[in-house]
Ligand binder design. Structure first.
Ligand code: ZN
Length: 356
């Protein structure tokens, strides 16, 4: 039986990435002229294969248009259907993958302005993540500063496969700006394709790449820990989005066991990885890579060792569940209200402003 989702906060919803024609009005005269005169005004930096079954649930497809391109459909498919109080828009726009850092920054800025005008202004239930031109972390930090005053932006967004491990000091200006403004860093599945998308090299098929995302999240989580990001930025929250979560218990066991043996090489990590993860890391619930028996999923939830970590998400319009069964059978009842709403309010300081 589907769980009552009234008052829920959906932490992973994807509006379709804008094409260049949609962004032209948000560019200044110089860049608009550059795009048109170069013939790149038809550029469409979308992020996933549009006809792949995983990309779009059949009943969420839009005839003749991109899935996730209609705010009316978002209302009927998600906001009204699941009785969502608020939904966080994670626009998976490809601008950060561009090699020209100036152009990446300009298009990220335009896409954030487009999100504010075309989505946030049109429905008070919507919130959004700031698209970051991560190719240049100083530009990304500037974009956080520029957008931070708009409290409807509740998070800053990165891909799990950026150009280098995310714990490196290269990225710390981003974390500094995010922590300063009370913005969690959302790390979403996806790649800038600077490196092979599996640890073994380039895969041949989407299925390999998608399944392999879980290992990319593990690599990044460990790198964030050992490089000392959570020591330097203790108030920073990291939200792993579309990562799956059932891999986390065994990852924490392995990371903690090995840290006990090797912690002398990273003395700045002064608590166990499990403890740091439970305090600073959150995960969205879709996809739920659930074992077949509900009781087994319940045990995995217990093995997380914290009831505060999981956040409700539909991952609209991706196809991870059927009908209204967004909360898998087996997720313990004591967690329902926390997952549906309370954990998100505790994770996103700007969502707390909504609670009266
Ligand atoms: Zn997603």
């Amino acid at each position: 039986m589907a769980v009552d989702l009234s008052g829920s906060i959906d932490c992973d919803v994807h509006p379709a990435a804008p094409d260049m024609k949609q962004l032209l009005p948000y560019l200044d005269e110089f860049w608009r002229d550059m795009m048109v005169s170069r013939g790149t005004d038809g550029l469409d930096l979308r992020s996933y294969p549009p006809n792949s079954p995983l990309s779009v649930r059949p009943d969420w497809r839009i005839e003749g248009g991109k899935a996730g391109s209609s705010i009316e459909r978002l209302r009927t498919d998600v906001l009204d259907r699941f009785h969502v109080d608020h939904a966080i828009l994670n626009c998976l726009y490809g601008a950060p993958a561009l090699y020209n850092a100036d152009l990446g920054a300009v298009l990220s800025r335009a896409a954030n302005d487009w999100l504010a005008k075309e989505w946030l202004d049109r429905d008070p239930r919507l919130r959004a993540s700031i698209i970051l031109p991560t190719h240049n972390p100083l530009f990304a930090a500037e974009e956080i500063e520029r957008r931070a005053s708009d409290r409807r932006f509740v998070q800053a967004l990165m891909f799990v496969q950026e150009q280098m491990p995310l714990g490196r000091r290269h990225y710390w200006p981003i974390y500094e700006a995010a922590e300063k403004h009370g913005l969690p860093i959302g790390i979403h599945a996806g790649s800038l394709y600077r490196n092979p998308t599996t640890s073994l090299g380039w895969p041949s098929y989407v299925v390999e790449e998608y399944v392999g995302q879980a290992t990319a999240f593990q690599h990044q989580l460990l790198n964030l820990l050992v490089e000392g990001v959570f020591t330097k930025f203790p108030d920073l929250k990291i939200v792993l989005i579309e990562s799956g979560f059932t891999w986390l218990p065994h990852f924490m066991w392995r990371a903690t066991k090995t840290w006990i043996a090797l912690r002398t090489e990273i003395p700045w990590v002064d608590r166990s990885p499990s403890e740091i993860i439970r305090e600073n890391v959150r995960l969205t619930i879709q996809p739920t890579d659930a074992p077949p028996e509900p009781g087994q999923l319940a045990r995995i939830c217990d093995q997380l060792g914290s009831d505060d970590m999981l956040l409700f998400s539909t991952d609209y319009p991706h196809w991870h569940f059927e009908g209204d069964e967004v909360l898998s059978e087996g997720i313990p009842e004591r967690l329902h209200q926390k997952i549906i709403r309370d954990n998100a309010v505790a994770t996103y300081p700007r969502l707390k402003e909504l609670v009266v």
